[in-house]
Write a new protein. Structure first.
Length: 290
């Protein structure tokens, strides 16, 4: 029986692992971990059915079991979306949009927490659906999505990030949107949450690409440097590489201050990698820095 009660720690540990991988863009690893989380949650549900008389068993978990099922499907759906597997991503979204069928598999314990989690995932499913549609190039839902972001402040950072990414992919004008959410951009700086850090890095990178594509290159390079600093800070290799090469490809347009900032970041990366013994460094590719 003792081993059964360890499941709460295992589920919570997998959630933390997924959140950390979000900040590092480890999409394939997220899919694998999400599958493990889901399988353990399902085993818990099956085990719970066999112990219906233990009325306090369900409450041994830090969160309702519905949360872990929903989080696993949400994480997997997000990873599939990032990998361009939009049909599969929508399947995952539709699953956690309707978690009532999960509750039907569970005895009627912990019903209050179950209902809270159902409502939570139902709330986030719709904006995630909007994101997938934008990534497909469907901008017909943009006004609905913006109205949602106006009401849901905590969703603005990932939402704006995804809108910018779609705009860059499909050459869609979002000047008005950037102006409307300018205050949010100014507040996007440092977060302790690795998930929000990942969104911040992508948001600033997409702003950099957007402005460079529109020939406002120095503004774009400012955003590229901000994104690079954050990516280096948390060890986001993919984010760092994207920003490094974006800046390098446009450095002829950089101001002296921007060049100095870039050099400082690169030297910091080189010093760190030398300290930890990395023999190959992306930063070493920039041989013009001395």
């Amino acid at each position: 029986m003792a081993n059964r009660f360890k499941i709460g720690d295992e589920l919570q540990s997998l959630v933390v692992e997924l959140k950390n991988n979000f900040g590092r863009n480890n999409w394939q690893e997220i899919i694998q971990t999400a599958n493990i989380l889901l399988s353990k949650a399902i085993l818990f549900i099956e085990d719970q059915k066999n112990y219906k008389n233990e009325n306090n068993y369900c409450t041994k978990l830090p969160r309702s079991i519905v949360y872990y099922v929903g989080f696993a499907k949400m994480a997997k759906g997000t990873a599939l979306e990032q990998l361009g597997e939009f049909d599969q991503a929508i399947d995952e979204i539709q699953f956690y949009m309707h978690l009532e069928h999960v509750v039907s598999e569970i005895i009627e314990l912990d019903s209050d927490r179950n209902e809270e989690e159902i409502q939570y995932f139902n709330t986030i499913a719709l904006p995630n659906y909007y994101v997938v549609q934008l990534k497909r190039g469907n901008f017909n839902i943009i006004n609905e999505y913006l109205a949602f972001l106006e009401q849901e402040e905590e969703e603005r950072l990932p939402g704006i990030s995804m809108i910018l990414e779609a705009a860059n992919k499909y050459s869609y004008d979002v000047d008005r949107i950037i102006e409307d959410f300018k205050a949010d951009f100014d507040e996007i700086e440092f977060y302790d949450d690795p998930v929000n850090m990942g969104y911040t890095i992508n948001c600033k990178y997409q702003l950099a690409v957007y402005y460079i594509n529109r020939k406002d290159i120095q503004v774009g390079l400012d955003y590229a440097l901000q994104s690079l600093q954050l990516a280096v800070k948390i060890g986001n290799d993919k984010g760092s590489s994207s920003c490094l090469f974006l800046f390098e490809n446009n450095r002829d347009y950089a101001t002296d201050i921007q060049l100095a900032t870039f050099k400082s970041i690169i030297k910091g990366v080189q010093a760190y990698e030398k300290e930890v013994g990395n023999s190959i460094s992306i930063a070493d590719s920039f041989i013009w820095i001395s």
